[in-house]
Design a protein around this ligand. Structure first.
Ligand code: GLV
Length: 330
């Protein structure tokens, strides 16, 4: 029997890629930048499977150009780059990589929190660039963490891991905003579920862990930043478009909030002149939350499992649209 044809939009760790390449007729995009949309649409034309990244836009038109496509295996936990509804309608399975990156993402979110709260990047740049003249009693003053209130927007796996760090490491009080109550967070971390406005008003640190959907897009705007404390720190390791970035810049510039730590922006990367990159009270990382060897290997394994199950007509290990099972393409 012919081996399944698959296209892989970037080199991923060997922990997953080697299995894909040995089981499939695989083409792997070797360039450092993503394939342009038109190229990708051409590449998937005869494919049974696709490994995509969060930088690849997988829409209905692309799926229509790939009549044999059975599975889209996203090398990410987030899948806002894929029109999942369109995939389900066409009988295409969609997989993602949850779990593998939970701790790494929470670690990075906390690193950003500490860096923004304690003005680490600001200070490091001054030290490296010759502006460190003496020890300053009034210089680089930041905010303390111990015993403060941490507000988690989206108490899923990553939100929970972030809350655990704040609670266990710094004795923080945890508030959360989520459509669904999280009994484990309430029982184990004493977390209290509140509405978004209450969370914004009462938290010293606000960390965003929501998924990006049509309804959550722009959920943090001028009105929300205005509710936050002027000493508060805002963290986003989820998706850039959840935030009205112009409103965030304004809030940071005018001191409506103290600082921000971002692993995601809108767009990515920002234009080099974008003010978000030039504010002394905003730490911006280049979307690296899952960037550890162990985590990326774990993601690659799940990604390969999803792809190989998808082309073989098996249930996916991490299945975004299991409701497609009844009518999946064979
Ligand atoms: C990264 O942002 C991911 O969704 O895995």
């Amino acid at each position: 029997m012919a081996r399944p044809r698959v296209f892989v939009t970037r080199r991923i760790p060997a922990a997953g890629l080697d299995r894909i390449v040995s089981a499939c007729e695989a083409e792997v995009w070797q360039e450092p930048l993503p394939p342009p949309y038109d190229v990708l649409r051409e590449k998937v034309r005869d494919c049974d499977g696709l490994v995509s990244l969060l930088t690849d836009q997988i829409d209905a038109a692309l799926m229509d150009a790939a009549p044999k496509l059975k599975v889209i295996s996203n090398f990410a936990v987030g899948f806002n780059n894929i029109d999942v509804g369109a995939a389900t309608t066409r009988g295409i399975c969609v997989g993602n990589t949850p779990g593998a990156l939970t701790d790494a993402t929470a670690d990075l979110a906390f690193a950003l929190l500490l860096a923004a709260a304690r003005r680490v990047v600001d200070g490091v740049l001054d030290a490296k660039q010759g502006r460190w003249k003496t020890w300053e009693p009034l210089g680089y003053l930041g905010v303390d963490l111990a015993g403060k209130t941490l507000g988690i927007i989206g108490m899923g796996r990553i939100g929970f891991a972030m809350a655990q760090r704040g609670r266990g490491g710094w004795g923080m009080k945890v508030l959360y905003f989520d459509e669904r109550p999280n009994d484990k967070a309430e029982a184990e971390l004493g977390a209290r579920r509140v509405d978004l406005d209450t969370l914004l008003r009462e938290s010293d640190f606000v960390s965003l862990h929501a998924s990006l959907t049509n309804t959550s897009k722009g959920m943090m705007g001028a009105k929300q930043f205005a509710l936050m404390k002027s000493t508060a720190v805002f963290i986003n390791t989820a998706r850039g478009p959840l935030v009205d970035q112009a409103a965030l810049v304004e809030a940071l510039k005018t001191g409506k909030i103290f600082a921000a730590g971002l692993d995601v922006t809108d767009p990515e990367p920002p234009d080099p002149n974008d003010p978000i990159l030039h504010l002394p009270n905003c730490v911006v990382a280049p979307h690296i939350a899952s960037a550890t060897h162990t985590t990326r290997n774990g993601m690659a394994e799940i990604c390969a499992d999803n792809l190989l199950a998808g082309v073989a007509g098996q249930p996916l290990r991490a299945w975004v649209n299991p409701e497609v099972a009844e009518r999946r393409r064979v």
